[in-house]
Design a protein around this ligand. Structure first.
Ligand code: ATP
Length: 353
């Protein structure tokens, strides 16, 4: 049994604001309606779900135009979805759907977000859907889909265009599509290879530069190791010097502390002495006053004594002749033996005679 389209479900696509299901029963299925009721939209929904990429061929400016745009009575939609059901697909579909007895292929578009394809609920690429229909000798551009005015175009077709028709009838369109895809892949692989070669060239240049940098880094590591060792030595020396200075400073500190305590003791002693001296000072002052008084008294007495001595000498001279004959030494001896203040000179002179 050949593969059969058994159902089309259209929702939000063009004039189909509400979901509509078209059952395609065995035999001939016709859609009848007045002009502009949406008959062509059904065929377009079929082609769109099979992977049509040209918005123009769907009578739109861009792909979002297939979404229901609203009418005076209904708001616009943001999503359109068309689902095709295929029966008797066992052994006809490419892997991994080769074993599936029926397929449900859907395309869903969200305004501004592009299309998402699913085969039996599994998300897939547009190209896989297109290839699947090519393998089934149909598709969005299949000559099996004859739209308005296309019959005349086929009659007048050029040999190349007819060849496409014959190839499709022979069921090798899928192979062509695969070959095309393989060629695209090959070209992409060649481009990748070239890019990889370019990259390899760039990487070689980078490798050289990296090797140079690695050599520099090694040299830097070695030199910085030496610098670190020298730094460590220098710091050890500085530390030893600092330790020695600290020891000297410590010794000086201890000596200074000892000197301070010595000075403190001496200062205490001196203060004590000063206190004692200050205490003794009034007595000394009093003694000094007394001594001064005594001195003055002695000076006055001395002066009186001297005057008396003069007088005695004069009297002696008058009585005994010149003074030279007087025994002065004897007088002084007497003065020394007796306290001269207590003994008047007149009595001395009397005694001397
Ligand atoms: P004819 O027999 O004249 O070709 P038809 O029955 O095939 O007509 P279609 O051309 O399929 O009708 O449908 C045209 C209708 O679909 C128009 O009324 C148009 O307003 C409506 N339509 C197309 N695109 C949209 C859209 N994005 N949103 C809402 N309505 C749309």
């Amino acid at each position: 049994m050949p593969v059969q389209f058994s159902r089309i479900r259209i929702a939000g696509f063009k004039s189909f604001a509400e979901p509509a299901v078209v059952e395609i029963l065995p035999g001939l299925t016709g859609i009848v309606g007045p002009n502009g009721c949406g008959k062509s939209n059904v065929v377009e929904a079929l082609r769109w779900a099979m992977g049509e990429t040209s918005a123009k061929s769907l009578r739109g400016g861009e792909m979002d135009d297939v979404i229901f745009a609203g009418t005076a009575a209904r708001a616009a939609r943001n999503i359109a979805e068309v689902t095709l059901r295929l029966d008797e697909t066992l052994g006809s579909a490419p892997s991994p759907f080769h074993e599936a007895p029926e397929l449900e292929i859907s395309r869903r578009i969200e305004r501004g977000n592009g299309s998402v394809y699913r085969i039996n609920g599994r998300e897939t690429r547009a190209r896989d859907v297109q290839t699947l229909f090519n393998d089934l000798a149909t598709g969005a551009h299949s000559s099996g889909l004859v739209s308005q005015g296309r019959v005349g175009a086929l009659v007048a077709a050029k040999p190349d265009e007819r060849r496409l028709l014959l190839e499709e009838a022979a069921g090798i369109t899928g192979l062509h599509a695969r070959r095309h895809e393989a060629e695209l892949k090959l070209r992409a692989a060649e481009a990748n290879l070239e890019r990889a070669e370019d990259l390899r060239g760039q990487l070689d240049v980078q490798l050289e530069s990296l090797k140079r940098q690695a050599r520099q880094a090694n040299r830097y590591r070695a030199i910085s190791g030496l610098v670190r060792a020298a730094d460590a030595e220098l710091m050890a020396l500085q530390r030893a010097r600092a330790e020695a200075l600290r020891a000297t400073a410590n010794a000086a500190f201890v000596a200074a502390q000892a000197a301070i305590s010595d000075f403190t003791i001496r200062a205490t002693e001196t203060a004590t002495e000063a206190t004692s001296a200050a205490a003794a000072l009034p007595a000394f002052r009093a003694g000094e006053g007394e001594a001064r008084t005594a001195l003055e008294r002695h000076r006055i007495a001395g002066e009186a004594l001297a005057a008396e001595f003069e007088a005695v000498c004069s009297a002696l001279a008058r009585r005994n002749g010149p003074l030279a004959s007087i025994d002065i030494a004897r007088i002084l001896e007497v003065l020394a033996d007796r306290h001269f203040l207590d003994v008047p000179f007149s009595s001395l002179a009397d005694g001397a005679t």
